[in-house]
Design a protein around this ligand. Structure first.
Ligand SMILES: Cc1cc2nc3c(=O)[nH]c(=O)nc-3n(C[C@H](O)[C@H](O)[C@H](O)COP(=O)(O)O)c2cc1C
Length: 222
């Protein structure tokens, strides 16, 4: 969610710490390269959860889908670029590699793996979520994040609903509801982060899934 202070970046270099900087726009990718990042993670607006938007106030206006963002960032920087946002199967991985990515990052696609330990109702709802049933809102934390369109999200984003409080106050205001929803397995009030390709997520062991995805994607691009 922005750049590190120059003193930190100097210490990264001294310690040979590799810095993967997230970028949601071409300008952010250029700024991260100029500041000394080693790798750029291009985060398309399809992504589940919060994104690393440098200017949190502009997050809704600056929503760029990965198909446009990825080649634009690949052309704008000299660093390796990791593609992220809406990738959850081998087709998505292969497409990202064709568009110039050096690797991909998958978030939502691993949420149904047993290792993720998310509540059952959330895992089940992901399997049935069409892309248009995920929405970007500030109603959980005060910062823009993409989640399932649940009863709470619908109510809290209705035209007559009060605006979300600033981050992180909204997180505190929703804490009791989110905790109770987890305990009662009620997805309608959960902070159920989800990217637009949620329905592609498979309920498999993470290691098996990663191997399947990579082997299938390789057979598509080679
Ligand atoms: C549960 C969850 C929490 C996330 N939290 C953050 C976060 O705090 N900051 C951030 O930059 N990205 C966050 N992300 C986004 C991921 O870094 C990644 O860009 C995204 O998951 C990729 O898109 P996908 O979900 O469609 O695979 C989160 C994603 C998920 C699924």
């Amino acid at each position: 969610m922005g750049l590190y202070p120059p003193s930190w970046i100097g210490r990264f270099k001294e310690n040979e710490t590799v810095w993967f900087a997230t970028a949601t726009t071409v300008a952010e990718a250029r700024a991260a390269e100029a500041a000394g990042a080693d790798v750029i993670v291009a985060q398309g607006s399809e992504a589940g959860g919060h994104r690393g938007c440098f200017d949190a106030e502009q997050a809704e206006r600056l929503q760029v889908g990965l198909f446009a963002l990825l080649p634009a960032i690949v052309d704008a920087v000299r660093l390796p670029v990791v593609a992220s946002g809406g990738i959850a199967d081998a087709r998505g991985i292969a497409a990202a590699l064709m568009l110039g990515a050096s690797a991909v990052q998958i978030g939502t696609g691993f949420l149904r793996c047993p290792e993720a330990k998310i509540p059952g109702a959330w895992a089940d709802a992901l399997a049935h979520a069409t892309p248009e049933r995920t929405v970007v809102s500030r109603v959980f934390s005060g910062r823009a994040g993409r989640s399932l369109e649940t009863d709470y999200v619908r109510a809290a984003t209705a035209p007559d609903a009060p605006a979300a409080a600033p981050y992180p106050v909204q997180r505190g205001l929703t804490a009791a509801m989110r905790k109770d929803a987890q305990q009662t397995n009620d997805v309608q009030r959960m902070q159920a982060w989800a990217g637009q390709s949620a329905a592609l997520a498979k309920a498999e062991a993470a290691e098996t899934l990663a191997r399947h995805l990579w082997n299938e994607a390789r057979s598509m691009v080679m």
